[in-house]
Design a protein around this ligand. Structure first.
Ligand code: SF4
Ligand code: SF4
Ligand code: SF4
Length: 508
């Protein structure tokens, strides 16, 4: 367990607020305030990491402690205590998952197969304005003995935008940085997803902004329609990062076309390939902007019989074998410019001369092999066949980089008017699975909660389906499909229903 050096402790209680299992107590004794770590402590080290004064140190271990190896934190859990994640309990010297396996998922709202596909799409349907008028087309078809209705409209949506997913590790600016197109602000850098950088273009506030509203509408529509667009992100230090992107194509960042999406973070790479690393080298550093991995120290390294090699990577330690580095324009989105930069130092009391260190990124596109010298320095040596095999295995397990464009919109407002006389009825029907929303024929994911806020993969939408009007708003093809009986119940425009066979474009 850990111990607080009481004479140096400032009694700020930051450690106590952060301890995940309440193993720190505070109080007053003989007129003196105290903050103490109890024997429930599992050595997760959170308190040590957050203490601003560095006054927490190691202490003796309680009896019956079992070390958990289910993640890299490696809690040392005393009998009767739970680990930092509260998932594992030491029951009489044995770690058990303290929640029984749940077999049955929650019941979900299912959409019936008959209403899954729209009878026609809304692409080319036009818009009836104002929305008190019925939708341009309300169409009926008999499907397996059930009359089904689709209402279609090309709805102008001022609450709309596109989420652009770029499969890359390359630095594109900090989260929240403004994104420009045609020199106008059109969006911002979002939080990252695993292996990808995200940009949001649009949103109601950008679309209605005095400066850039039209450029925003044009950019959303171009991206949603699969056209190539050049975006610029301005970083805090006034650098401009140029991103050329197009749905289904690899992004081009600062003139360099991305080839490969990473296999995983540095830690995951080691976790997946530890067995072949062991055969190839004495140490491996896998550089990544999220987590840089150190093979010999990593749990997967230990699993294959490794012991810490003495190599210290150029990053800040998180947990065993996992390190955080700064974000930057270097290798793998870090600040490291060359593989050599990844090696901070070598502790020669543990390491030995002649040891090999492989440094690679998480796509295997950049790699170098080093040998440790007598004085603890390293020199680059030619890649051996076995080391090259590790790099090849990383590369072969990566996917190609791509740009994906998801259109996001909200049809929970006036766009419901053309569907039925009581707008809330279509909103409820969508959430209850009674009516199915599609966008240009593609399935839309509807956010939970109020309204009809949705997201749709534009790759699945009919080609060139999006347009815009200079209010400014983007125009999306919106279809609702339901049974005719349900449509009648919600107060649909029954007198406007046409038979699908009456459409000249219809081909059975
Ligand atoms: S090491 Fe973890 S469990 Fe122990 S006192 Fe600190 S925060 Fe709590
Ligand atoms: S955070 Fe550090 S200084 Fe503050 S109470 Fe805890 S041990 Fe003491
Ligand atoms: S899985 Fe939970 S109990 Fe086990 S080491 Fe990780 S945080 Fe601790």
């Amino acid at each position: 367990m850990l111990r607080i050096q009481e004479d140096l402790c400032k009694k700020c209680r930051i450690c106590m607020k952060n301890c995940p299992i309440g193993a720190i107590v505070a109080g007053e004794e003989n007129g003196e305030k105290y903050v103490r770590i109890t024997d429930k402590c599992v050595e997760c080290n959170i308190c040590r990491r957050v203490c601003p004064f560095g006054v927490i140190e190691n202490d003796d271990q309680a009896e019956g402690v079992v070390q958990c190896s289910s993640c890299s934190v490696q809690c040392k859990i005393p009998v009767g205590s739970t680990g930092a994640c509260k998932r594992y309990t030491n029951e009489g010297g044995k770690l058990v998952r303290n929640r029984a396996l749940v077999v049955e998922p929650k019941p979900q709202v299912e959409v019936d197969e008959k209403i899954r596909k729209p009878i026609i799409t809304a692409v080319g349907a036009g818009t009836n304005y104002p929305c008190i008028r019925p939708a341009p087309h309300i169409v009926c078809e008999n499907r397996d003995g059930v009359d089904v209705v689709t209402t279609v409209t090309e709805a102008p949506l001022s609450y709309s935008g596109v989420m652009v997913k770029l499969d890359t590790n390359t630095y594109i600016g900090e989260e929240g940085a403004t994104v420009y197109c045609e020199g106008k602000p059109v969006g911002m850098v979002q939080t990252e997803e695993y292996g990808s950088k995200m940009i949001y273009v649009g949103g109601a506030n950008r679309l209605t902004a005095k400066d850039g509203g039209f450029a925003t509408a044009r950019t959303i529509v171009a991206l949603a329609n699969g056209e190539e667009v050049e975006l610029t992100v301005r970083t805090e230090d006034k650098k401009a990062i140029k991103i050329r992107c197009q749905q289904g194509k690899a992004p081009v960042i600062n003139g360099v076309e991305e080839q490969t999406m990473r296999i995983g973070c540095g830690s995951a790479t080691i976790g997946l390939l530890a067995d072949i690393m062991k055969e190839a080298v004495d140490e491996c550093i896998v550089i990544d902007h999220h987590v840089t991995g150190l093979f010999s120290e990593h749990l997967a390294g230990r699993e294959v019989g490794m012991k810490w090699s003495g190599v210290i990577p150029n990053a800040t330690k998180s947990t065993v074998g996992r390190y955080f580095g700064g974000h930057g324009d270097g290798i793998g989105g870090t600040v490291l410019q060359t593989p050599r930069d990844a090696i901070k130092s070598v502790d020669m009391s543990v390491a030995h001369a002649g040891m090999t260190i492989l440094v690679t990124n998480t796509t295997g596109e950049i790699a170098a092999l080093f040998e440790v010298r007598e004085d603890g320095g390293v020199k680059e040596i030619p890649m051996t066949e076995k080391a090259a095999k590790v790099v090849k295995a990383i590369n072969e397990n990566c996917q190609g980089s791509m740009t994906s464009v998801m259109y996001c919109g909200g049809t929970g407002g006036s766009a419901r008017g053309g569907v039925c006389k009581h707008p809330v009825k279509i909103t409820e029907a969508v959430h209850d699975g009674i009516a199915n929303l599609t966008i240009g024929g593609a399935p839309a994911f509807v956010y939970p909660g109020g309204g009809i806020n949705f997201i749709v993969d534009t790759a699945k939408v009919v080609n060139k389906a999006f347009t815009w009007v200079p209010t400014p708003a983007t125009v999306a093809p919106v279809e609702y499909t339901m049974t005719k009986a349900d449509y009648e119940k919600m107060g649909g425009h029954m007198d406007q229903i046409k038979n699908v066979e009456d459409f000249p474009e219809y081909r059975k």
